[in-house]
Design a protein around this ligand. Structure first.
Ligand code: NI
Length: 199
Protein backbone atom coordinates (compact mmCIF):
# COMPACT_ATOMS: atom_id res chain seq x y z
CA UNK A 1 0.00 0.00 0.00
CA UNK A 2 1.33 3.39 -0.96
CA UNK A 3 1.34 5.83 1.95
CA UNK A 4 1.25 9.63 1.72
CA UNK A 5 4.62 11.26 2.40
CA UNK A 6 4.65 13.86 5.14
CA UNK A 7 5.72 17.28 3.85
CA UNK A 8 8.19 19.81 5.19
CA UNK A 9 6.70 21.80 8.06
CA UNK A 10 5.03 18.82 9.74
CA UNK A 11 5.98 18.63 13.44
CA UNK A 12 6.66 14.87 13.24
CA UNK A 13 9.69 15.56 11.01
CA UNK A 14 11.27 17.58 13.82
CA UNK A 15 10.69 15.02 16.55
CA UNK A 16 13.15 12.48 17.94
CA UNK A 17 11.59 9.13 17.00
CA UNK A 18 11.07 6.26 19.47
CA UNK A 19 12.71 2.84 19.47
CA UNK A 20 10.52 -0.18 18.76
CA UNK A 21 10.71 -3.83 19.85
CA UNK A 22 9.76 -7.26 18.51
CA UNK A 23 6.14 -6.70 19.50
CA UNK A 24 5.65 -3.77 17.17
CA UNK A 25 2.43 -4.50 15.30
CA UNK A 26 2.52 -5.43 11.60
CA UNK A 27 6.17 -4.51 11.16
CA UNK A 28 6.67 -6.51 7.97
CA UNK A 29 3.60 -5.01 6.36
CA UNK A 30 4.83 -1.54 7.33
CA UNK A 31 8.25 -2.22 5.79
CA UNK A 32 6.65 -3.49 2.57
CA UNK A 33 4.48 -0.37 2.43
CA UNK A 34 7.51 1.86 2.99
CA UNK A 35 9.40 0.23 0.10
CA UNK A 36 6.37 0.51 -2.16
CA UNK A 37 5.94 4.17 -1.21
CA UNK A 38 9.64 4.91 -1.73
CA UNK A 39 9.76 3.25 -5.16
CA UNK A 40 6.63 5.03 -6.32
CA UNK A 41 8.28 8.34 -5.41
CA UNK A 42 11.63 7.31 -7.00
CA UNK A 43 13.46 7.70 -3.70
CA UNK A 44 16.51 5.78 -2.49
CA UNK A 45 15.64 6.06 1.21
CA UNK A 46 12.56 6.58 3.36
CA UNK A 47 12.30 7.01 7.12
CA UNK A 48 9.22 6.16 9.21
CA UNK A 49 8.56 9.76 10.36
CA UNK A 50 8.08 10.59 6.66
CA UNK A 51 5.05 8.30 6.59
CA UNK A 52 3.77 9.73 9.86
CA UNK A 53 5.18 7.18 12.32
CA UNK A 54 7.57 8.51 14.91
CA UNK A 55 9.65 5.33 15.21
CA UNK A 56 13.33 4.57 14.64
CA UNK A 57 13.06 2.74 11.33
CA UNK A 58 14.23 3.52 7.82
CA UNK A 59 14.61 1.65 4.55
CA UNK A 60 17.08 2.21 1.73
CA UNK A 61 17.57 0.86 -1.76
CA UNK A 62 20.37 2.58 -3.60
CA UNK A 63 20.64 0.08 -6.42
CA UNK A 64 19.15 2.60 -8.93
CA UNK A 65 22.33 4.67 -8.43
CA UNK A 66 24.37 1.74 -9.68
CA UNK A 67 22.33 1.21 -12.84
CA UNK A 68 24.22 1.95 -16.02
CA UNK A 69 22.95 2.42 -19.54
CA UNK A 70 24.52 0.34 -22.26
CA UNK A 71 27.90 1.73 -23.22
CA UNK A 72 28.20 3.77 -20.03
CA UNK A 73 30.57 3.09 -17.21
CA UNK A 74 29.63 2.81 -13.58
CA UNK A 75 30.42 5.97 -11.64
CA UNK A 76 33.11 4.92 -9.15
CA UNK A 77 31.06 6.69 -6.46
CA UNK A 78 28.26 4.20 -7.07
CA UNK A 79 30.46 1.12 -6.72
CA UNK A 80 29.09 -1.23 -4.09
CA UNK A 81 25.57 0.16 -4.27
CA UNK A 82 24.31 -2.59 -6.60
CA UNK A 83 22.83 -4.56 -3.73
CA UNK A 84 22.46 -1.85 -1.15
CA UNK A 85 18.91 -2.58 -0.05
CA UNK A 86 18.41 -2.71 3.69
CA UNK A 87 16.11 -2.09 6.61
CA UNK A 88 17.51 -0.27 9.64
CA UNK A 89 15.70 -0.59 12.96
CA UNK A 90 16.78 1.20 16.15
CA UNK A 91 19.97 2.38 14.45
CA UNK A 92 22.78 4.15 16.26
CA UNK A 93 25.57 5.87 14.36
CA UNK A 94 28.50 5.06 16.63
CA UNK A 95 31.20 6.91 14.76
CA UNK A 96 31.70 9.25 11.82
CA UNK A 97 35.12 9.99 10.41
CA UNK A 98 37.09 11.49 7.55
CA UNK A 99 37.07 14.81 5.81
CA UNK A 100 33.61 16.25 5.13
CA UNK A 101 32.47 16.26 1.51
CA UNK A 102 29.64 18.14 -0.12
CA UNK A 103 26.80 16.71 -2.18
CA UNK A 104 23.49 18.19 -3.32
CA UNK A 105 20.89 16.24 -1.35
CA UNK A 106 17.17 16.03 -1.88
CA UNK A 107 14.38 14.66 0.29
CA UNK A 108 10.96 13.20 -0.53
CA UNK A 109 9.46 15.45 2.17
CA UNK A 110 10.98 18.53 0.47
CA UNK A 111 10.18 18.06 -3.24
CA UNK A 112 12.13 19.86 -5.95
CA UNK A 113 14.76 21.35 -3.66
CA UNK A 114 18.36 20.17 -3.70
CA UNK A 115 21.13 21.75 -1.68
CA UNK A 116 24.69 20.90 -0.92
CA UNK A 117 25.20 19.27 2.46
CA UNK A 118 28.59 18.44 3.97
CA UNK A 119 29.02 15.11 5.74
CA UNK A 120 31.84 12.87 6.87
CA UNK A 121 32.50 10.01 4.45
CA UNK A 122 32.81 7.06 6.85
CA UNK A 123 30.40 5.79 9.46
CA UNK A 124 30.05 2.94 11.89
CA UNK A 125 26.44 2.02 12.61
CA UNK A 126 24.66 -0.56 14.74
CA UNK A 127 21.08 -1.60 13.99
CA UNK A 128 18.60 -4.46 13.74
CA UNK A 129 17.20 -5.75 10.47
CA UNK A 130 13.56 -6.72 9.87
CA UNK A 131 14.16 -10.13 11.45
CA UNK A 132 15.77 -8.61 14.54
CA UNK A 133 19.29 -9.70 13.67
CA UNK A 134 21.80 -7.28 15.16
CA UNK A 135 24.52 -5.75 13.00
CA UNK A 136 27.44 -3.44 13.48
CA UNK A 137 28.81 -2.30 10.14
CA UNK A 138 30.90 0.32 8.44
CA UNK A 139 29.88 2.23 5.35
CA UNK A 140 31.45 4.90 3.23
CA UNK A 141 30.73 7.10 0.22
CA UNK A 142 27.16 7.28 -1.05
CA UNK A 143 25.95 4.42 1.11
CA UNK A 144 27.13 6.29 4.20
CA UNK A 145 25.50 9.51 2.99
CA UNK A 146 22.14 7.88 2.37
CA UNK A 147 22.26 6.30 5.83
CA UNK A 148 23.26 9.63 7.43
CA UNK A 149 20.37 11.41 5.70
CA UNK A 150 17.80 8.79 6.77
CA UNK A 151 19.27 8.54 10.24
CA UNK A 152 18.80 12.28 10.60
CA UNK A 153 15.08 11.76 9.96
CA UNK A 154 14.71 9.51 13.01
CA UNK A 155 16.63 12.12 15.01
CA UNK A 156 14.23 14.87 13.88
CA UNK A 157 16.75 16.55 11.58
CA UNK A 158 16.26 17.62 7.96
CA UNK A 159 18.98 18.47 5.46
CA UNK A 160 17.71 22.05 5.40
CA UNK A 161 18.80 22.33 9.05
CA UNK A 162 22.42 22.33 7.84
CA UNK A 163 22.05 25.27 5.47
CA UNK A 164 23.49 28.68 6.19
CA UNK A 165 21.07 31.39 7.42
CA UNK A 166 21.41 33.12 4.05
CA UNK A 167 20.55 29.97 2.08
CA UNK A 168 17.64 29.31 4.41
CA UNK A 169 16.32 32.81 3.84
CA UNK A 170 16.57 32.33 0.10
CA UNK A 171 14.60 29.07 0.31
CA UNK A 172 12.05 30.25 2.83
CA UNK A 173 9.24 31.00 0.40
CA UNK A 174 9.63 27.69 -1.41
CA UNK A 175 9.62 25.81 1.90
CA UNK A 176 6.52 27.64 3.14
CA UNK A 177 4.82 26.81 -0.16
CA UNK A 178 5.64 23.13 0.23
CA UNK A 179 4.17 23.08 3.73
CA UNK A 180 0.97 24.64 2.33
CA UNK A 181 0.66 22.01 -0.36
CA UNK A 182 1.80 24.28 -3.14
CA UNK A 183 4.15 21.82 -4.81
CA UNK A 184 4.04 19.62 -7.88
CA UNK A 185 5.44 16.43 -6.40
CA UNK A 186 4.52 13.43 -8.53
CA UNK A 187 3.54 11.38 -5.46
CA UNK A 188 0.89 11.70 -2.78
CA UNK A 189 1.81 13.91 0.18
CA UNK A 190 0.35 15.00 3.50
CA UNK A 191 0.68 18.69 4.33
CA UNK A 192 0.79 20.23 7.79
CA UNK A 193 -1.30 23.29 7.04
CA UNK A 194 -4.07 21.56 5.13
CA UNK A 195 -6.91 19.82 6.89
CA UNK A 196 -7.43 17.26 4.16
CA UNK A 197 -4.87 15.45 2.01
CA UNK A 198 -4.26 17.26 -1.23
CA UNK A 199 -2.48 15.92 -4.25
NI1 NI B 1 14.80 12.81 3.47
Amino acid sequence: MILPIVAYGSPILKKMAEEIDENYKDLHKLIDDMYETMYEASGVGLAAPQIDRSIRLFVVDASPFAEVEEGEELDPMAAGLENFKKVFINPIIEEQSGEEWGFAEGCLSIPNIREEVFRKPKIKISYYDQNWNFFEEEYDGFAARIIQHEYDHVEGVLFTDYLTPLKKRMLKKKLVNISKGDTDASYRMKFPTLKKGKR
